[in-house]
Design a protein around this ligand. Structure first.
Ligand code: PMT
Length: 278
């Protein structure tokens, strides 16, 4: 294309959007353009195109033979027919993990709380609403999975009782009686066997310390730490930045990039663990 077309803000916005959705783009190259001027716009060399395609195809193979169970999105704990308790999770991180896992050859099961996202192609989607439903569907699919990644933001508390009618503001007390929801990841940690178990931690304070405790208490192989106080990452954004903590005390920082790229970084660590497990 012409250099002015390539550098146009609308084209660049669209390129950024596609990249954030995990599309691989080979940039045009610099050189003489059809108009006789120099600039960025020439079709990339065929060697470069072939090399990029081969690289992608290789990426697709390293999870072949694995069945990965991924959870995504929030849960919703209904108070009554009108209101519910939930959180700010959009599901984007978990959906990108599922898309990346599928494209790297794994059979991928995505257990998702309510989101507005389209499921990635060829991924087995199981939709749920509450933490209890998520637990039930995860346990149903657990025995055929070799790897579990729990990116869902499960609500920790639900109302003790479901009100069959809408609670009127002037008729009821202002306190909600809450009880804990099942801690799905802890339950899986107690029966993980030789599966690879990966959790997420969304933290606002003592970020690494709290995440390390979760890694240990939930018997995980890896925990992906999200500092959700930072702007432009974490909940509902297209980008993320995380720290990956391992069981043997190692710590890796993944700087801000698209959620698809973060997903692939996480899968790289999982592949490395898998190879070590034999
Ligand atoms: O969905 P996005 O908008 O893309 O945002 C991504 C994200 C910030 C939601 C995600 O990256 C993330 O951090 N997910 C985990 C959020 C969370 O619930 O963290 P937690 O620290 O409360 O829970 C720790 C782990 O235990 C998580 O893997 C969680 O799935 C699991 N858990 C928690 C409670 C519970 N009752 N059962 C669980 O299994």
């Amino acid at each position: 294309m012409n250099v002015n077309m390539w550098s146009h803000p609308t084209v660049q916005d669209n390129i950024r959007k596609l990249r954030s959705q995990g599309v691989n783009i080979i940039d045009p190259e610099e050189g003489y353009l059809a108009e006789g001027i120099m600039g960025k716009g020439r079709l990339a060399g065929f060697d470069k195109i072939v090399e990029s395609a081969v690289k992608l195809t290789h990426l697709q193979q390293d999870l072949k033979g694995e069945t990965i169970l991924i959870t995504a999105g929030p849960t919703c704990e209904d108070i009554g027919p009108v209101r519910y308790i939930s959180n700010r999770s959009s599901g984007k991180m978990g959906y990108q993990l599922a898309a990346a896992s599928q494209s790297r050859g794994a059979q991928t099961i995505l257990v998702s709380g309510p989101t507005h996202l389209d499921p990635p192609a060829k991924v087995e989607l199981v939709t749920v609403r509450s933490a209890s439903e998520m637990r039930e569907k995860v346990l149903q699919n657990w025995s055929r999975s070799s790897i579990l990644v729990k990116a869902a933001a499960v609500v920790d508390f639900k109302p003790r009782e479901f009100s069959a009618q809408k609670i009127k503001k002037n008729l009821q007390g202002r306190c909600l009686d809450l009880v804990p929801t099942p801690d799905i990841l802890s339950e899986l940690g107690r029966q993980k066997g030789d599966r690879i178990l990966v959790g997420f931690a969304a933290e606002t304070e003592k970020v690494l310390e709290n995440a390390r405790n979760k890694l240990k208490e939930k018997n995980l192989d890896l925990i992906i730490v999200n500092d959700v106080t930072q702007e432009g990452i974490g909940f509902d954004s297209d980008a993320n930045a995380v720290t990956i903590l391992t069981r043997d005390g190692k710590e890796f920082n993944v700087t801000k990039r698209s959620k698809r790229e973060v997903a692939n970084e996480i899968l790289d660590y999982i592949v490395a663990l898998k190879n070590r497990h034999g």
